[in-house]
Design a protein around this ligand. Sequence first.
Ligand code: AMP
Ligand code: FE
Ligand code: FE
Ligand code: ZN
Length: 277
Amino acid sequence: MKLIDMHVHTNASDGVLSPEKVIRRAMRNGLSGIAITDHDTVTGALSVDLLNIPNNFTVIKGIEFSTIQNNKEIHILGYYLDIEDPKLKNLLTNIQKFRSDRIYKILEKLKRFNIVLEYQEVQGEEPPESIGRPHVAKALIKRGFARDISEAFDRYLAKGRLAYVEHYKLETKEAIDLIKDLGGFSVLAHPGLLSDRDIFSVLEKGIEGIEVYHPKHSRFATTKLYELAKYRKLIITGGSDFHDFSSSKGNDIGSHTISIDRICIDEFLQSPLSCSI
Ligand code: AMP
Ligand code: FE
Ligand code: FE
Ligand code: ZN
């Protein structure tokens, strides 16, 4: 069976590997394809065109938008959207400006607790296109203010914690409509982490698929989401949400996948929903 990991981050956002290394690792792990889905950036996905990728390996260009709904953060995956569209480029430029301003605000808040970090330190040696809280978490760990990423979030960075700063306000429906408008399909990321109420609210906004297979989903959640997807005739996807090797064990690239035939890559462009399983 040909397997594809539909949720992979690169160092264009908060992943540690370059797009090239991500693809090499996916091949080594026996996959037939991956989707590059960085947070609020398509720079990693765009750079794939310059690589020499064997014909039998599929790279889907995607994105993972962070949106706000009822004051909660929702992640919307987009696949096959036109990532060269100027409208998208403009939106992402605004979001990235907001993201970098947000990091400065987080650093200001941390100063109140006598934690002085420089922006450059957070960025690291290879500045990401889309900077976020995980970059601050890594700097906090390096300086000994947290033992690991979860402690950094629990103490400082998660919503309601000491140095939390609000996200860019993109409505969930805006992200779903934009992905559709740009010829792609939208998928609700890791819905197993959301309440049923939030899931249904996203479904009402016209999302076309749900990520059934994800490392943070219990077996119970996976089964429930699978049944929901079948019942609502939604596209079923799955992926590792790979970022790095340290955070949570068991989500190396390929830990969670979907059969390529199942998402009907070739047919999708003609009629996405008719090939949803
Ligand atoms: P940001 O886009 O800056 O808001 O950061 C969100 C990202 O941080 C998520 O996509 C995850 O990769 C990571 N993240 C969020 N919450 C946690 C947590 N509690 N522990 C570890 N990583 C987290
Ligand atoms: Fe992330
Ligand atoms: Fe996510
Ligand atoms: Zn992700």
